[in-house]
Ligand binder design. Structure first.
Ligand code: CA
Length: 262
């Protein structure tokens, strides 16, 4: 995952960056609204955190401008301002969540995971891909209920592909999300990671894997099909089964607005 932190206070920036990096998230920082708008137009972030008091514009204006520019990346406001009308104002401007400072790291993580998976169309934190399950909360993957032993980078690749299921990802996009321009290795490292991942998956499935090469466009993740002669017939053909424990529907922002106006 990749996050943009918009914050002008260096201490808050450092705290947020530290908390996000600990979650395996690649972080880009910006201390002005204009700078953040430019970055958000150029790069594909999974989430943006916004401080309300920026030197060149207030947070609500930034969020409105992001939305007007058709950037629908989830936005979480991180602010020391706990006034209700301020919360309502930024949520109505297009924010997806509101976190009060000082924030708790678990709360930040839960918030980010919730808004990111919802914008990618998943209501629950477990993504079901045929025989494979990716758990965004525990950052783990299993096949037929058995744990797939992978490194943090390999998990990052599967998570990235799962959150953009059906969409081929270029090697450049992988590098952006896994390294964010820092100490970025050559693109062929992605082929090496994919090759290792396919082998690990195949070792648990008598040779099946679900990472497809899309010629000239990169890689795409599919459902992991049922074992030949075994498994549940028709399950693989049925396409992705989304976990819907939480039910589809209302976002956290909508819930908060409902609570405030209740
Ligand atoms: Ca500030």
């Amino acid at each position: 995952m990749r996050a943009l932190v918009v914050e002008d206070d260096p201490v808050s920036t450092r705290l947020l960056e530290y908390a996000l990096v600990a979650e395996g998230i690649v972080v880009e920082c910006s201390d002005t609204g204009e700078d953040a708008l430019e970055l958000a137009k150029i790069y594909d972030f999974d989430v943006v955190t916004v401080d309300l008091g920026l030197p060149d514009m207030d947070g609500a204006t930034l969020i409105r401008r992001l939305r007007n520019a058709r950037i629908d990346t989830p936005v979480i406001v991180v602010s020391a301002d706990a006034r209700r009308d301020e919360k309502v104002r930024v949520l109505l401007a297009g924010a997806d969540g509101y976190l009060a400072k000082p924030f708790d790291r678990d709360e930040l993580r839960a918030h980010i995971q919730a808004v990111v998976r919802r914008t990618r169309g998943y209501a629950a934190s477990r993504i079901l891909l045929g025989r494979m399950t990716i758990d965004l909360a525990t950052r783990s993957v299993d096949i037929d209920g058995r744990s797939l032993k992978i490194t943090a980078k390999e998990y990052g690749i599967l998570e990235l592909l799962a959150l953009r299921k059906g969409q081929p990802l270029t090697k450049e996009a992988f590098l952006d999300h896994l390294y964010g321009g820092r100490d970025e290795p050559e693109q062929k490292i992605i082929d090496v990671f994919i090759c290792k991942l396919r082998k690990k998956i195949a070792a648990m499935t008598t040779d099946a894997h679900n990472i497809e090469t899309v010629w000239g466009r990169g890689y795409v993740l599919n459902d992991l099909p049922a074992a030949a002669g075994g498994g549940v017939p028709g399950l693989a053909e049925a396409g992705t089964v989304f976990a819907l424990e939480g039910g589809p529907g209302v976002s956290e922002a909508e819930l908060l607005i409902e609570q405030i106006f209740a």
